[in-house]
Design a protein around this ligand. Sequence first.
Ligand code: MTE
Length: 330
Amino acid sequence: MLIRIRKPWDQVREADATPESVFLDRRRLMKMAGLGTIALLAGCDGDSNPAKAESGGASVPDPSAPLYPARRNDAFILDRPQTDEQWASTYNNFYEFGTHKQIWANADKLPIRPWTVVIDGMVAKPASWAIDDLLGRFTLEERLYRHRCVEAWSMAVPWTGFPLRALLALAEPLSAAKYIRFETFNDPKIASGQRQNSFYPWPYVEGLTMEEAANDLAFMVTGVYGKPAAPQFGAPLRLALPWKYGFKSIKSIVRITFTDQRPETFWQSLGPDEYGFWANVNPQVPHPRWSQAFERVLGTDERRPTLLFNGYGEQVASLYKGLEHEALYM
Ligand code: MTE
C-alpha cells in the first residue's frame, strides 16, 4: 500500500517541490524511521536564496583548463538572458552531496582527477578512458541551452562539451544495442548523501534510447561559463538533455553501458508513480502533485510559461512518434 509523507513543500508553492518528494511504501518508511532519515528529508529547503560564494572547483589544477573557452556553436540560441553564474553555481541538485540546493562546497570534495570513464556493453570498442584522453578525442564547443528542472525552476547556461553522438562514433555500438545506461560515481566516503544507502538506490543511473542519444541536442558536458565545470555541476562529465526534465542530465559519469534492456533509472526506482523513463518536458501534463505549466527563472522574479519539450520540439518531437501510449511526459 502506498502512503504519503507530509513534507514542507506540501504547503508551499510548486517551485519548492523537489523530485525527492516521492510516494513511499510502508516498508521503506519504517526503514527510514529506524535510521533517522526522515529528519534529513524534512530538512530539504527548496527555494532559499543561494549563498553568494565562489563557484567552488576541484582542489587540484584541472589539466583540461587550456581547452577553454571553446568556440561557441551559434546554432543554439536562447529566448531569454543567460542565468547569472553565481546563481547557477550555488543552487544545484546533486543528491550525492545532500538533498538541499547549497551543496557546492560539499561537492567540491569530489576528486575529479584521476577520473576514469568505462564504456562497455554492446559496443565494438569497449574501453576504460582516462578523462583527459577521452576529452582529447573531441573538439569541444559551447552551446547555450535552457534547463528545466522537474521542480519547476529553470535556467539558461553556456555548457561546453561535445555531442553525445561523437561518443557513439568512438564506441561503435552494435546494432543490437537499444539503450544507453549512464552511471554516476559511488563513493560514500566522499559523498555524504550516498551514506543514506538504505533508502536511495545508489548509484544514480539514467538512460536514453539510441535514437535520443544520436539526436544533435544530446550533449556531453565538460565545462560551463567558459571554463571546466566545477564539481557541483557534475564534473568532469555530465549529460545535458535540454528537452527533458533536469533529472535526466546525470552528473559525474563513470560508466556508459550500451544495452538492449531499458535501464531502470534512479528516480524511477524511488518513485515510479512520479518519475518515468522518458521525462520529456510538457506543461500540459502535471506532476502528480504540482503543475508543470510555469517555471520560476533562477536568479529572477520571473515566472514564465513552460514550453512543450522545453521549446526544442522541432528537433526532438519526431523521436516520440508511435510511442504516444507510453508515459512520455513524466
Ligand atoms: N545527477 C546526479 N548524479 N545526482 C543528482 O542528484 N540531479 C539532477 C541532475 N543530475 C542529479 C543529477 C537534477 S534533479 C537536476 S535539476 C540537475 O542535475 C541539476 O543540475 P545543476 O545542479 O547543474 O543545475
